[in-house]
Design a protein around this ligand. Structure first.
Ligand code: RIB
Length: 280
């Protein structure tokens, strides 16, 4: 059985405090932890592997009772380190190796929802701005993009697939690269909202109209997605609930209720707004 350390604190490691997805996640974690008498130590890594490792060792040395972890670009290595610790760990928003528990949203299904919507809107040449190549959320959304093309019998143009890093800047740069490629496209599916908004900024600067010329779909449904002009069509993850569920899973493991690794998977939901021409 796991030894109960009883510092009544848990660590939460996130990759990007500037991405509005994470404040919502942190609120879910903190509210659930507070209800159970736990404090949360928040660590932001900027997606850097060396920061992840440093914080994992720091949290362990501070005797936290467990760790919630959302990794950055190369998080596979950190997941290995976490799996070797003698305290409970739950991966959050990232699928983890078999020996670690995880709370995720169905990113494959989310990718399907986005691309089906664009095909239903009559779009034929959909560009894809993906997330970090080794991140499980990015891999699953990309798979949803590709498989939906196969199902609709549409060949994917590799030149319309660009890898970003989930930041506004990378979305902006990806859209510039798409325009410079001179490959025609009438839609973009960006694997998160920050990249979608970055892409829209770059396109509109060049006089491209969203959604008349290019329809855009993002992912997450961060709060500003509804306020932004044009309001962003996106795939919603129930991020607050995911944060709460991760705490419940972690505390079950801390108290020994649950000993073996498990996964809880939430369902994504398509939110149709103006950027895809779906609603005026
Ligand atoms: O790392 C940031 C991204 O990962 C978020 O925008 C969200 O899509 C999550 O899955």
């Amino acid at each position: 059985a796991l030894k109960v350390r009883e510092s009544r604190s848990i660590g939460l490691i996130i990759p990007d405090i500037e991405n509005p997805f994470f404040p919502a996640l942190v609120r879910g974690v903190e509210d659930a932890a507070r209800q159970q008498g736990y404090a949360v130590i928040l660590c932001n890594t900027d997606g850097k592997l060396e920061e992840e490792e440093r914080y994992i060792r720091f949290l362990f040395s501070k005797q936290v009772d467990g760790i919630l972890f959302t990794g950055g670009v190369d998080c596979d290595d950190s997941l290995g380190l976490l799996a070797s610790l003698p305290i409970p760990v739950v991966a959050l928003d990232r699928r983890a190796a078999a020996e670690l528990s995880a709370v995720v949203c169905d990113n494959y299904q989310g990718g399907i929802l986005a691309v089906e919507h664009l095909f239903e809107q009559g779009r034929k040449r959909i560009a894809f701005i993906g997330g970090p190549a080794r991140s499980s959320s990015a891999i699953d959304r990309r798979r949803g993009f590709l498989d939906t093309h196969s199902r609709y019998g549409v060949v994917v143009n590799g030149r319309l697939m660009i890898t970003g890093n989930y930041s506004f800047d990378s979305g902006y740069r990806a859209a510039v690269a798409l325009m410079e490629s001179r490959e025609p496209f009438d839609a973009i599916f960006a694997a998160n909202d920050m990249m979608a908004i970055g892409a829209i900024e770059a396109l509109t600067e060049q006089g491209i109209n969203i959604p008349d010329d290019v329809a855009v779909v993002g992912y997450d449904d961060i709060r500003m997605a509804g306020w932004y002009k044009p309001a962003l069509t996106t795939v919603r993850q129930p991020v607050y609930e995911m944060g709460m569920a991760a705490v419940a899973m972690l505390l079950d493991q801390i108290s020994g209720v649950r000993a073996s690794a498990c996964e809880e998977k939430f369902k994504p939901e398509l939110i149709v707004r103006n950027s895809s021409g779906g609603r005026e």
